[in-house]
Design a protein around this ligand. Structure first.
Ligand code: SAH
Length: 457
């Protein structure tokens, strides 16, 4: 076994060269990797080793010796404890540059491409207050009503008075709901015993519509004092259009259960992306940064370069957000999605907008596209927006067989984007555009939209 050059509790001075997805600085000690939360590339610091494993170890920052010029003071008072954000200590420009570099590195190291110009990451003028959804755990902690996010890697709740990356209106509304629930003596959930009543308070807002939904997630069918809760909320916030209760009886980390009851108002709120209206229920998947979602979809639309004559496939279509956005400019759109409820939402959203040229099917993209191919469907443009693990190789093969003029790849993981482009490009395509968009400021999530165009007949 190779020896480990550091020991637990030892203090060492190290220089940082990289940053992980979780926001830890990466340093090498004689080739041995140390991960240190809160440290940034180009910094030198004294760290105390807290844990050593065979190939790598963890350290705690004890003294910063050389600061990065990109270091920022994190404005959130619970930043060190909460697991939500990971790079508030990196300046806004530093975050954008870093995200661009992650994409370039992936294309070079994993994709084997060189000389590709990756666009500057499109950021937000105000990279705070962007989230249109907040879901806060409620729990009995030391016999008290605790409300806040979980500490990193733990089930202990850190008290939350405000979340600065969330829309201030819903941030305030969940606090009103929390205090009303606590004042009325509604019993918080006890995870260990799977007892108690209130598990989560969630709120979502429509950025353009201004509408708000409040969701009380309970373990029990009954929600005591619900009339008082409704009164408190609706009297204070005319923006609220929907108050629902979701019942989750199971002992699980999943927030929502299967049953949702409308307590007041409608079961859904509405919001618009571009000019397309979406109905959003408690359970619907909907992008959490609406402003940047529109930026991303506009890029995808631009890359798709539609004239009104094209047949388009949107694989991994979710509730049809991209499909319906593109349908306005295409002849026909085919969307495929694995989750049946999402496909129902997509169909309902098409109807809501009187869009008749979008067709949705439930299934795996890698199984449905070959069927469409056999039926003779030959798309001019294929859009994919897969989950982190990227596309199945068999799907990429079918895409190549379909010979679309353009493929627009929307990706939430630069590594799988690079891997998939490495398979697509030799099939007769050239990389034309690669554009990172910052959908999740203060975190290291990177969203990219890439355009590849057909170069062979
Ligand atoms: N384009 C949508 C959703 C993208 S998220 C939007 O922007 O809102 C990726 C989606 O792919 C999820 O909805 C997930 O349920 C779906 N999915 C995952 N694996 C799939 C597969 N093999 N085939 C089709 N859809 C899949």
């Amino acid at each position: 076994m190779e020896s480990i050059p550091v020991e637990k509790n030892e203090k060492v001075t190290v220089s940082f060269t990289d940053l992980t997805q979780e926001g830890s600085g990466v340093a090498k000690v004689d080739g041995y990797t140390l991960f240190v939360p809160g440290a940034l590339p180009e910094e030198t610091a004294e760290v105390q080793v807290v844990k050593t494993k065979k190939g790598y170890g963890y350290g705690r920052l004890t003294r910063l010796i050389e600061k990065s010029s990109l270091r920022a003071v994190p404005p959130c008072p619970i930043y060190d404890q909460c697991g939500g954000c990971s790079i508030q200590h990196l300046s806004a420009q530093g975050q954008l540059d870093y995200k661009r570099r992650i994409v370039t590195d992936a294309l070079e190291r994993i994709g084997g491409f060189s000389g590709i110009s990756v666009g500057m990451t499109i950021g937000m003028a105000d990279p705070w207050k962007y989230r249109n959804k907040i879901q806060v755990p409620v729990a009995a902690q030391d016999g008290r009503f605790a409300f806040g996010f979980f500490k990193k890697r733990s089930h202990e709740i850190v008290n939350l008075d405000s979340c600065i990356i969330t829309d201030p209106l819903i941030d305030k509304i969940v606090q009103t709901a929390r205090h009303a629930a606590e004042d009325k003596g509604i019993e918080p959930y006890n995870e260990a015993k799977n007892s108690g009543v209130l598990r989560h308070i969630m709120a979502r807002s429509g950025r353009k519509s201004g509408e708000v939904m409040v969701v009380f997630v309970t373990r029990t069918e009954d929600l005591p004092h619900r009339k008082a809760l409704i009164k408190e909320l609706t009297e204070n916030y005319p923006q609220i259009k929907s108050i629902v209760q979701n019942v989750n009886k199971r002992r699980t980390n999943a927030i929502l259960g299967n049953k949702t009851k409308t307590l007041w108002g409608r079961p859904v709120i509405y919001d618009q992306i571009g000019s397309v209206t979406f109905a959003i229920s408690a359970q619907s998947f909907y992008q959490v940064n609406p402003r940047q979602t529109e930026v991303l979809y506009r890029k995808a639309l631009k890359f798709a370069d539609l004239t009104g004559e094209e047949t388009v496939i949107d694989a991994y279509c979710g509730i049809g957000t991209i499909s319906l956005f593109l349908a306005q400019k295409a002849k026909q759109v085919y969307g495929v999605e694995i989750v049946p409820e999402a496909v129902k939402d997509a169909q309902a959203n098409a109807e809501l907008n009187k869009i008749t040229n979008a067709h949705f099917e439930t299934g795996k993209a890698e199984e449905i596209l070959p069927k469409w191919y056999d039926k003779g469907i030959r798309p001019d443009v294929i859009v994919v927006d897969p989950p982190r693990k990227g596309c199945e190789a068999s799907l990429l093969k079918t895409m190549l067989a379909m010979k679309p003029q353009r493929i627009v790849y929307v990706s939430c993981n630069p590594a799988t984007l690079a891997r998939d482009l490495k398979l697509l490009v030799p099939g007769g395509y050239a990389i034309k555009k690669v554009q990172p968009v910052d959908m999740f400021p203060q975190t290291l999530h990177v969203e990219t939209v890439a355009l590849i165009t057909r170069v062979k007949e």
